[in-house]
Design a protein around this ligand. Structure first.
Ligand code: ADP
Ligand code: MG
Length: 240
């Protein structure tokens, strides 16, 4: 579903992605962790073309990014992206946030988009908040609307960039629980997070990045109990 082959990226002189090799299978959940500045956000932003690569190949759902035949706008509709900051439309209700893109981009009939939107809001535990505006919702609730909004597009891939790091501690689990249920339904996911409980419960693989490179890649168990590199062990020592 996602394949990095010898991917390199620079910001000016800064080599931010260094020969990345990574392939993510359909229905696989991959957690990406590593120190701040190691290139995690850049890595997943490349997948939907928010950042461009300079060397190597990146193939998403069978389409090579940068090819003339690859319609990036169309491909983006297949990829949900959940950010640290929730980025909801402030003047739209929760339900409108979820239905806007399906109606205007996917051309789903409004009644059908609303029916599915309500179903998704119920699923993320917001069955009583259809008409609430973002400012009337807690951070955890807003992030759950943001996830429902992505799901409303029926994406093939979901990318998460530190989705719980802006939340108060008591709201983290309600968002993680929703992510677990999305994973259990078979979504292909790449999740930048330091929530190792989440990694243990649903990830098939944990990727550890340092200074633009993938330094380790393995099952959560192998990574947590048996990290091979000193850099990974030092990182785990700080977050666990
Ligand atoms: P992480 O998400 O692991 O914290 P990032 O992918 O955000 O790391 O950043 C990797 C490196 O690239 C950092 O050194 C960061 O300062 C740099 N960087 C990120 N975005 C830009 C940008 N738009 N321009 C220049 N440098 C950037
Ligand atoms: Mg980041």
């Amino acid at each position: 579903m996602i394949e990095f082959r010898g991917v390199n990226k620079w910001f000016g002189p800064l080599h931010v992605l260094n020969d990345i090799e990574l392939s993510v299978q359909p229905r696989e959940v991959v957690v990406v962790c590593g120190p701040s500045g190691s290139g995690k956000s850049t890595l997943i932003r490349c997948i939907n073309g928010l950042e461009q690569i300079q060397k190597g190949d990146l193939v998403v759902d069978g389409q090579r990014l940068g090819d003339k035949a690859t319609d990036m706008t169309l491909l983006r509709t297949e990829i949900g992206f959940v950010f640290q900051s929730f980025n909801l439309y402030p003047h739209k209700t929760a339900l409108e946030n979820v239905t806007l893109a399906p109606i205007h981009v996917r051309k789903t009939p409004r009644a059908q988009a609303e029916e599915y939107g309500r179903e998704l809001l119920v699923k993320v535990g917001l069955g009583d908040k259809f008409d609430a505006y973002p400012a009337q919702l807690s951070g955890g609730q807003q992030q759950r609307v943001a996830i429902a909004r992505c799901l409303g597009m029926r994406p093939k891939i979901m990318l998460f960039d530190e989705p719980t790091s802006a939340l108060d501690p008591e709201m983290i689990s309600e968002v993680l629980d929703v992510m677990v249920s999305v994973a259990e339904e078979g979504m292909t996911m790449m999740v930048v997070t330091h929530e190792m409980g989440f990694a243990r419960s649903v990830a098939q693989r944990v990727v550890f990045m340092d200074r633009g490179a993938i330094v380790e890649s393995g099952t959560p168990d192998a990574f947590f109990s048996n990290a091979r590199t000193e850099r990974a062990r030092a990182f785990l020592g700080k977050i666990l």
